[in-house]
Ligand binder design. Structure first.
Ligand code: LLP
Length: 463
């Protein structure tokens, strides 16, 4: 297609340049329930609400950009995971996806445990009143100070990630006169079908101790020999945004095999296995995530079968979903600024945020959808790229999407499925002020993480 064949102006859906984008939606006003939080609705007059409140009102009160989080949806997802796994298993919410004191309180009330991976996450969990014995601590390079704090507060378990860490945690526990409950994280050698940067169980990466060459068995020997450690289980996490259960099956099988080897060598049956997180969510209507009950059933069956054939009593299973709980419960609300039609290409729609509030598109080539939410429009669709206001051409929020051709500066648009890894990976690039997280429930809105201010920026800059 030659560029000159197209007049300047918005690209309408019936004349598209070559490219990789989802098909234009038949109704741009429709909000697909697969990607929007559960209480999101659009009235006949076009008003979009979440938790019973119009988003235009939320924008007036809290400004844009803002992450709007549906508390009822968050709690419902926690309960779905809890109920699916039942009393014989534990669900640890992975705090790295998004953590705040309000979220910790919701988790606690809904009966979930919490996985943290830094001193900062641990401090947030403790400040919110999560009992230390319901927290697990992960990470490939926990500092001695972080380990010491965790042991001191009586953390439920530390997931050991290296030989050096086995010695380090044992030493700190000895010094504090404690016996620390630990698991060993193993790399099971599974290639998860996801982006390289979020796949974690193949061998050539920084996490865990390899099963394949006997390293994991050696780590178990060492951990069992140290008085400061109480080895309670084996941990595995194969990656993130995974839809196919096959990787989990292989992982569960290999972990159970290791339990059988430990029993044979040491006469000890470890009581726990943790199969990690990583379950995918729908970022676009094309994604088909598994429901928690299907995941629980499938993991439970594999573990029972493998244990039966190895003559082991079934261990207590735990899982660590982060994205699958919080991801779908929030969307980012932006105000449209400059709109730039590029002849023969697409229209660039700039918003008042960007890669500082959602780095996932730039980092992982993540796909998102977008909708006009401040009004209804029956204009034809145009192909757009939603970009931020940062000084970088890779500052893309939604690479290819369709919005109504009458879009104008001042309109509000929203990008759904931004609850996980958007606020938690947000930055101050270009001295952007990180957006607030506003939770909505039953017609009431509450700021749970406030917007950063220029004073916040300057407080760190000591001159
Ligand atoms: N457990 C462990 C040990 C993990 O390392 C992770 C994620 C999880 C649980 C939770 O995984 P989830 O269920 O949320 O997929 N920033 C990336 C994701 C990095 C995930 C790191 N570990 C992203 O935005 O996609």
């Amino acid at each position: 297609m030659s560029r000159s064949a197209h007049p300047a102006g918005p690209r309408h859906a019936d004349v598209l340049p070559e490219g990789h984008y989802q098909a234009p939606p038949t109704d741009l006003n429709a909000l697909d329930e697969k990607v929007w939080p559960r209480t999101v609705t659009r009235d006949a007059d076009g008003a979009v609400r979440v938790g019973g409140i119009e988003v235009t009102r939320l924008a007036e009160e809290f400004g844009t950009p803002a992450y709007l989080m549906d508390e009822a949806d968050f709690r419902a997802r926690c309960r779905a995971w809890r109920d699916a796994f039942g009393d014989g298993a534990d669900v640890f919410y992975a705090g790295k996806a998004f953590l705040s004191r309000a979220v910790v309180k919701w988790l606690y009330e809904e009966g979930l445990n919490l996985d943290v991976c830094s001193g900062g996450e641990l401090a947030t969990a403790l400040a919110a009143g999560m009992p230390a014995d319901r927290i697990a601590f992960h990470g490939n390079n926990k500092t001695p100070a972080e380990i010491e704090r965790a042991v001191e507060v009586g953390i439920g378990r530390i997931v050991l990630d290296s030989f050096q860490e086995i010695a380090r945690v044992a030493h700190i526990a000895d010094r504090l006169g404690r016996r620390q409950r630990v698991q060993i994280r193993v790399t099971v050698g599974v290639e998860a079908h996801t982006h390289e940067f979020i796949a974690t169980a193949h061998e050539d990466q920084k996490f865990g101790i390899a099963l394949a060459d006997g390293q994991a068995a050696e780590a178990v020997r060492r951990a069992l020999s140290l008085d400061g450690l109480e080895l309670v289980g084996i941990h595995s996490h194969i990656g993130s945004q995974i839809f196919d259960m096959a990787g989990f099956e292989v992982s569960a099988r290999r972990v159970v095999q290791l339990l059988a080897e430990i029993r044979d060598e040491h006469g000890v049956e470890l009581p726990e296995i943790d199969l990690g997180g990583g379950l995918g969510i729908a970022y676009t209507p094309d994604d088909d995530p598994r429901e928690p009950h299907e995941i629980a059933k499938s993991l439970g069956e594999i573990v029972s079968r493998e244990c039966a054939s190895a003559g082991l009593a079934a261990p207590r299973i735990s899982v660590e979903p982060g994205r699958a709980i919080v991801g779908p419960t929030a969307f980012t609300l932006y105000e449209v600024g400059t709109i730039k039609p590029l002849e023969g290409l697409r229209t660039y729609v700039s918003v008042d945020g960007g890669m500082s509030d959602n780095i996932r598109t730039a980092l992982y080539d993540a796909e998102y959808t977008v909708a006009l939410v401040s009004r209804r429009s029956d204009a034809p669709s145009m192909l757009v790229r939603v970009v931020g206001k940062h000084c970088e051409s890779g500052d893309i929020v939604v690479k290819d999407a369709f919005l109504p051709a009458d879009l104008a500066p001042g309109d509000l648009i929203a990008v759904p499925a931004t609850g996980a890894y958007c606020r938690s990976m947000a930055s101050n690039y270009n001295h952007a002020l990180r957006p607030p997280v506003v939770s909505v429930a039953d017609g009431a809105a509450r700021v749970i993480v406030r917007r950063e201010t220029e004073e916040d920026l300057l407080r760190l800059d000591v001159g």
